[in-house]
Design a protein around this ligand. Structure first.
Ligand code: IPM
Ligand code: MN
Length: 356
């Protein structure tokens, strides 16, 4: 198979983990006889430094010209402490989502058995958890009208959804439910918000086309509580942009670490595959970041954008085997992990590559 992949490392540990993600794609191509070509593009703080723009036109052009994008992370401490900064790394990410029409963000929460102890939730509650989140990605407060008024003393952001936006993400989630346990949970705040009442109305309408799927509605607050209390009752979940942002960070703790979770953003054209973790400025440049989320992003890329199931599985089982062998990065190690089994980014990357 001939494909062109764009690597967008971004900022902080994004630079470190995508090196491993890309190496895994190269290894897969060599092993399974595919012809993958690569290019690289700037986004985030590194792009601001180089061009003044968090998503330069040249990067966007390269994105449109690629078959899939392996992305790292964006963000820099400098902006977190400066709420007045007008140009910010995250703007690049949001613009990419909008420009590429990436309205569906898939976040699978699956637990490797070896990491049951790494979570702060009891192993018996966790074992067997397998959740697939569909987070809407190009609407909501992220893209609604926002303004400072009253001489800067008042600010607002608008939570806004249109029917077609809810319908297309709901269809994707129902389709996925049909291939899994035929259960879908829609999460909203319809007891308070008008946009959530529209959300629920549309989901109920779409549900008529999927009579086999058991649909459940939960309010975001209750869903957040249930996720910790009984994560196994979740199968496929569909929710809006901000609720999905928060709920999936919470869900990441089920997997023990944000360093283990990958996501796929898909929609109208090229798909983007990225860890759900951020740029981790506190550990950036130290060579200790867990590259597994980037490697699992590469696995999602192979599966979803290229339809290469066997290749994708080969990547996941390599990770499984590394964990079974007892290797850990700092974030997933515990008191019982011998010091010599705690590896840095490159060393654990090598262990993964050796097993593909
Ligand atoms: C994510 C991130 C982004 C988001 C930030 C970096 C803008 O938290 O991908 O979940 O809020 O969507
Ligand atoms: Mn987030």
């Amino acid at each position: 198979m001939k494909k062109h992949i764009l690597v967008v490392p971004g900022d902080g540990i994004g630079q470190e983990v995508t090196v491993v993600g890309k190496a895994v794609l190269e290894k897969i191509a060599a092993k399974f006889g595919h012809d993958f070509t690569y290019d690289e593009a700037l986004m985030g703080h590194v792009a601001i430094e180089a061009t003044g723009d968090p998503l330069p036109a040249e990067s966007l052009e390269k994105m449109r010209a690629s078959d899939a994008i392996l992305f790292g992370a964006v963000g820099h401490a400098k902006y977190d402490n400066d709420p007045t900064a007008k140009v910010r790394p995250e703007q690049g990410l949001l613009k990419m989502r909008k420009e590429l029409g990436l309205f569906a963000n898939l976040r699978p929460i699956k637990l490797f058995d070896e990491l049951l102890g790494a979570s702060s939730i009891k192993p018996e509650i966790l074992k067997g958890v397998d959740i697939l989140f569909f987070r809407e990605l190009t609407g909501d407060v992220y893209f609604g009208k926002r303004e400072r008024i009253d001489n800067g003393n008042t600010a607002y952001d608008t939570m806004i959804y249109s029917k077609y936006e809810v319908e297309r993400i709901a269809r994707k989630a129902f389709d996925a439910a049909m291939t899994r346990g035929k259960k879908l949970m829609s999460v909203d705040k319809a007891n308070v918000l008008e946009s959530s009442r529209l959300w629920r109305e549309v989901v109920l309408e779409v549900a008529k086309d999927y009579p086999e799927v058991e649909l459940e509605h939960q309010f975001i607050d209750a869903a957040a509580m249930l996720l910790i209390k009984d994560p196994k009752r979740f199968d496929v979940v569909v929710t809006g942009n901000i609720f999905g942002d928060i709920l999936t960070d919470e869900a990441s703790q089920i997997a023990g670490s944000m360093g283990m979770l990958a996501s796929a953003s898909v929609g109208e054209s090229t798909g983007v595959y990225e860890p759900i973790h951020g740029s981790g400025h506190d550990i950036a440049g130290k060579g200790v970041a867990n590259p597994m989320a980037s490697v699992l992003s590469a696995a999602l890329l192979l599966d979803i954008s290229f339809g290469l199931k066997e290749e994708s599985e080969a990547v996941i089982s390599a990770i499984d085997s590394v964990l079974k062998a007892g290797y850990r990065t700092r974030d997933i190690a515990d008191a019982t992990t011998p010091a010599n089994m705690i590896l840095g980014t490159d060393a654990i990357g090598k262990e993964i590559l050796d097993r593909i």
